[in-house]
Design a binder for this molecule. Sequence first.
Ligand code: ATP
Length: 478
Amino acid sequence: MSSPRILVVDDEADLRELLEITLLKMGLDVDSAETLGEARAFLAKAEYALVLTDMRLPDGLGIELVREVTALYKGTPIAVITAYGSAENAVVALKAGAFDYVTKPVALDQLRIMVQSALRLSTAQGGQAEPEAGTPSRLIGNSPAMQSLRAQIGRLARSMAPISITGESGSGKELAAREIHAQSSRASKPFIAVNCGAIPEALMEAEFFGYRKGAFTGAAEDRDGFFQAANGGTLMLDEVADLPLAMQVKLLRAIQERRVRKIGATAEEPVDVRLISATHQDLAKCVETGKFRQDLFYRLNVIELSLPPLRERLDDLGILAGAVLDRLAGPGQAKLGPQVLETLAAYSFPGNVRELENVLERALAFANDGVIEVGDLSLKSARLAEPSAASMPAQAPVIDVPAPAAPVASPMSAAAPAGPDTLPSNLPEYLEQVERDIILRALAQTQFNRTQAAQLLGISFRQLRYQMQKLDIHAPED
Ligand SMILES: Nc1ncnc2c1ncn2[C@@H]1O[C@H](COP(=O)(O)OP(=O)(O)OP(=O)(O)O)[C@@H](O)[C@H]1O
């Protein structure tokens, strides 16, 4: 069997030679072109497992080749070599469909990592441009929005370009990120999702980059961070807008250098991580208000993937509800009674698919013989959707379900001040009690619907879940 063949396109003889030698040593066959014209001639004659092109060539720009290869040789990944610090070129190339990039001076360890990743792509998918038709997706739904989303994911899975996923809370951002990873050549490596809003600022650097034994008090042994844990795979930065500015600087550096340094280590180590970020906030607005760095935004936001809210794809309600019930009760064991789907379609689902899951889980607990009736639903009447010809029954029903007994906030203990002028005797304990009290009140108000409680409190579902775990708050049936 012949070795995979790589096409190198560069007019600088020294660099070309270095690339050729490195690739040959990896057991690969190499063709070299000095110009776009020569590269086109090679491409017309042979199939390549990777094209690696410089950006400036005597007869044009490498980006032209990126566009041509992306359009004409769909199964062939193309990567570009960009000048150091030229984030713009790298981002433009990735947007145009480049698989990846390396910066000059070319670090050979990074080059090898990139080439291996391109080779995995051609072996994993046999050089196909799209994932095989019929591959089951985790993202359920047949609405046009979901079909287009799945097609985009299929294309995005084939590149290293950082993706920024936007969408309301619970709309499936993490699920989409997992799907991209699962369809990529990185699927056999880890997918690590990090909730940036849930990590205390003081621990962030250690959590992201790891530390060496003895780096600080309590560092009893070497520990990897998220970047090392996700090496070869995908790192999802969820709620990325919550990253403090100091951490944004460090993250930007790690992305630019593709290297990280553990706290207490002297040397940096290369990391091969595909980044996916997600937020339910408007990141561009965060840049305007100075909360998020422009340069990091530019690096993370190379490709945008936007998830539609559930209320904009109500056609999917039936299939989603069916899948959720099958998962909760076993296949075919539970179903929706008359008018339930219409009732659900009249609700605006601010918490999206997650809220649908919560609503059905709760309803199933009230349901007789696995048949959910309208009365088993506990939807907030205030949140019913604006009427829309497609989805609304004539009258939006108002459903009031008695709240199951939710724990009631306990009175403040001795840590609390006796009056407005007295100070608490133990501030952390006091603050914890205040937080617990507020969370419990929000949960009681929403009949323990965590999605709605998080909304009431203006925090994300994950933040609420994290705080509940921290404060040891459980749902009544837990
Ligand atoms: N299209 C879908 N098909 C099936 N399940 C879905 C879909 N979209 C979301 N879900 C389910 O909804 C729940 C929430 O999804 P996910 O955690 O991906 O949302 P998110 O947008 O990342 O939420 P958050 O903004 O709170 O982090 C999960 O249980 C997920 O499996």
